[in-house]
Design a binder for this molecule. Sequence first.
Ligand SMILES: NC(=O)c1ccc[n+]([C@@H]2O[C@H](COP(=O)([O-])OP(=O)(O)OC[C@H]3O[C@@H](n4cnc5c(N)ncnc54)[C@H](OP(=O)(O)O)[C@@H]3O)[C@@H](O)[C@H]2O)c1
Length: 280
Amino acid sequence: MATTRYWCGTNALCNMGEFVDRVILITGASSGIGAETALHFAAEGAGLALVGRDEGRLEKTAQDCLAKGLAKDKVLTIKADMCVEEGVKRIMESTITHFGRLDVLVNNAGISLFDTLTSEALLENYDHTTKVNVRSIIQLTNLATPHLIESKGSVVNVSSICGKRVVRNYLSYNITKAVIDQFTRCTAVDLASKGVRVNAVNPGTIMTPIFSNHGLSEEELREQLGKEHPLGRVGEPSDVASVIKFLASNAATFVTGETLSIDGGRQCSCAEGYPFTFGE
Ligand SMILES: NC(=O)c1ccc[n+]([C@@H]2O[C@H](COP(=O)([O-])OP(=O)(O)OC[C@H]3O[C@@H](n4cnc5c(N)ncnc54)[C@H](OP(=O)(O)O)[C@@H]3O)[C@@H](O)[C@H]2O)c1
């Protein structure tokens, strides 16, 4: 069947309507990058399984997706804690029960805590951050794999600049995101022969509620952290959502195992002389 081609948000060529019959599972869809990614796929008419813990904010994302014109049965919300194995199992079961298929898994839910080698709570932080940012992703991707093989689908992991570079005072977080980058490459190689692609995005600073406990106002964050990005600004959730959609699309059918920076050039620049560091 002929498809119409057009230039999508990333300036990459997309097939109009390619997501209409596809099902996208997004964790951390109740906030920030995940919520924006849901809206980007909703605008394409995709079926959406949206995961989060905060029911109110998850429902808000669902309503925003419906406002893009999606039919009610194309949006499924699943309240689950990624730290609980039974909850992660339920995410996959509910998605398949409702939609009968899975085409794209966006492993986005994540947390960031401050710590260094001398932090009192280092091991506690490390265990908790690993549970949310790594273990749950390995579990959910494992459960999703048979369905992705069936649909010849793809995975997009939301990593971070911290997977490639060291951001000070984020020891546990840096480690978890480096693991996600390697997990991306390992699973890309494992699943390539089955027709499943696996990629990651590595955002720089993106203005989301993840910074709500960092003690600075939004204006201060934009001002201070914008300077660390050669393009002169921090990122917005839509900067990341458009690239996630690109990696999941037919415009990226020969891209797998990639860890794609979305950071205004920050990972290219020298860390010395940062004007500002969190936690100091
Ligand atoms: N913002 C940035 O500058 C930046 C930069 C690089 C990478 N990232 C990565 O981008 C991803 C999204 O972050 P964001 O900035 O959009 O943060 P955010 O606005 O704080 O959103 C985080 C999301 O993760 C979910 N989540 C956290 N812990 C969870 C758990 N135990 N179980 C289920 N869901 C959980 C939250 O759901 P509930 O609130 O409903 O619990 C929320 O939807 C993360 O992986 C983060 O590491 C962010």
